[in-house]
Design a binder for this molecule. Structure first.
Ligand code: FAD
Length: 490
């Protein structure tokens, strides 16, 4: 039986970063990960493979668009197509290369890597199962639960990863579907829908709510819907899917009700992507000793789970009744994002090493949709700010990229920057509350907004910073300017 200063369960962007940081601080660390490849959902079946496919499919679109800057590719254009197997090879090579990099970092940090499924036996002990590293027991003075999340299978369908697929399946289609129906117009549905649309599939997005990308600011949702429709995605909102029926080896029917008219609609397709959310992975870790009647773990009776299954932790990411157990990443509250998981992990290790550090302000964490254009957001939406501070106390500044010289020169003048700020009665710009960007490169520019939020900047301070010209980022400055005064090019 081995005893460690810290045992980390899960080798995703939360767990592996936590393990490395703890080793850097001199702790004796083990990381238990059930899968062969380190990197978690993010690396194996999330952020990285989806971005590899988004990049490859975007390259294809760019090539087809070269005519607009005077590159004559008339003949070539007709012959341009995607070799799906080579695109998938690029994806796999990206994943394995990056995962190998984490192996090297573990080796360098002297971290014990255990390939097995972990189950709690008592507050300091985990048993190992079904892994390459066999059965056994590992003890930790501290334990970091970084077990992540997995796909939700809604009651109306059975995911088979052949015709009815999760995001994992949709990242590995061996050919371009004829017609892909995406159930769920959130980030994952919209990103993967875009990939397959760019490669030639007919794509229909079915969304229960009134809009796709429901967590984004309303103006961003409207612009994104317009842009994605322009690219040919069919977007059906206000639809309640009742059933998905697999009709053959290569077809399915998605049955839904239009929530406003009550009309029944049936759509035939050859692939379905079910993108209806993810749930925290607490079942395996606690299940063997779980009592459904009391909704509690028998070996950790005081551990608590939220309604959606998240492990409940305090602001220091510690389980309240077991302060040596930390929960980080998708398994706890907050946005299910890789950078949030890594950030949680580093803060938890700081607390372990004697510098108590609260979790970050989750509303500042940027959320990015890697479509074309990209859509990125941090802080409050206009509606959230007005609901909190009152209609009359909030002012928004918007700068459209159609007035931005760099974006014009780059033929990328779609979208805008929107700054949500407090009004300040003294005439000075109030505090920045939220930043929302739709544009190529929004996923890079949004970090300016995140820093403004973290630093507690006012719209005036941001608007009076001298940005480089010509740059896409000048629109951030101008949007801030129009949130307290009048913009120049907006
Ligand atoms: P995970 O990455 O889920 O890692 C948890 C690990 O724990 C897994 O490897 C699992 O095998 C292991 N594990 C679980 N239980 C046990 C156990 N009992 N014993 C041993 N091991 C166990 N986020 C972004 O920020 N940007 C993006 O662009 C983005 N794109 C995404 C695209 C898709 C298609 C998906 C599905 C997700 C995407 N995400 C993105 C979300 C991101 O992947 C997650 O937020 C992130 O991976 C969470 O990190 P984590 O470390 O908390 O958990």
């Amino acid at each position: 039986m081995d005893n460690f200063d810290l045992v980390v369960v899960g080798g995703g962007p939360g767990g592996y970063v936590g393990a490395i940081k703890a080793a850097q601080k001199g702790m004796k660390v083990a990381c238990i990960e059930k899968e062969k490849l380190l990197g978690g959902t993010c690396l194996r079946e999330g952020c990285i493979p989806s971005k590899a496919l988004l990049h490859a499919s975007h390259e294809l679109c760019c090539l087809k668009d070269l005519r607009r800057v005077g590159i004559n590719i008339n003949k070539m254009k007709d012959n341009v197509s995607m070799d799906v197997s080579k695109m998938m090879k690029h994806k796999t090579q990206t994943i394995t290369g990056l995962s190998k990099g984490i192996d090297n970092l573990f080796e360098h940090g002297g971290i014990t890597r255990i390939q097995a499924t972990a189950i709690f036996e008592d507050p300091h002990t985990l048993s190992l199962h079904q892994g390459k590293d066999g059965e056994g027991i590992v003890k930790g003075d501290r334990i970091m639960v970084a077990s992540g999340s997995s796909v939700v299978e809604p009651p109306f369908c059975k995911i088979d990863e052949e015709v009815v697929c999760s995001s994992t399946g949709a990242l590995s289609f061996d050919k371009v579907p004829e017609h892909l129906v995406v159930i769920g117009g959130g980030v994952i549905g919209v990103e993967l829908g875009s990939v397959w649309k760019r490669l030639g599939a007919k794509v229909t997005v079915i969304e229960y709510g009134d809009s796709i990308l429901g967590t984004m600011d309303k103006d961003a949702r409207i612009e994104m819907t317009k842009q994605l429709k322009k690219q040919g995605l069919k977007i059906n909102t206000g639809m309640a899917v009742g059933k998905v029926t697999r009709t053959s080896d290569e077809s399915a029917v998605v049955s839904m009700t239009d929530r406003s008219s009550g009309k029944e609609i049936h759509i035939e397709c050859d692939k379905v992507l079910v993108a209806c959310g993810r749930k925290p992975n607490t079942e395996t870790l606690f299940s063997r000793h779980f009592s459904p009647s009391s909704n509690a773990s028998l070996v950790l009776p005081d551990i608590k789970f939220a309604k959606r299954g998240q492990l409940i932790v305090d602001e220091y990411l510690q389980v309240p009744s077991y302060k040596h157990i930390f929960g980080i990443g998708d398994v706890v509250d907050g946005p299910m994002l890789a950078h949030k998981a890594s950030d949680d992990a580093i803060r938890a290790v700081k607390t372990m090493t004697g510098r108590p550090t609260k979790r970050s302000e989750y509303s500042y964490v940027p959320g990015i949709v890697y479509t074309s254009p990209e859509c990125a957001s941090c802080g409050m939406t206009e509606d959230e700010a007005k609901a909190l501070y009152g209609q009359d106390n909030v002012r928004c500044g918007v700068c459209h990229f159609s007035g931005n010289s760099r974006s014009k020169a780059c033929c990328e003048s779609v979208g805008f920057v929107k700054i949500v700020a407090m009004k300040e009665k003294t005439g000075k710009g109030g505090k920045v509350l939220g930043v929302h960007i739709v544009s190529e490169g929004a996923g890079e520019m949004i970090h300016q907004g995140m820093i403004a939020l973290e630093a507690g900047m006012t719209a005036e301070e941001l608007g009076e910073s001298c940005f480089g010209h010509p740059s896409f980022s000048e629109s951030v400055k101008e949007a801030a300017l129009s949130a307290y005064d009048i913009g120049i090019h907006c």
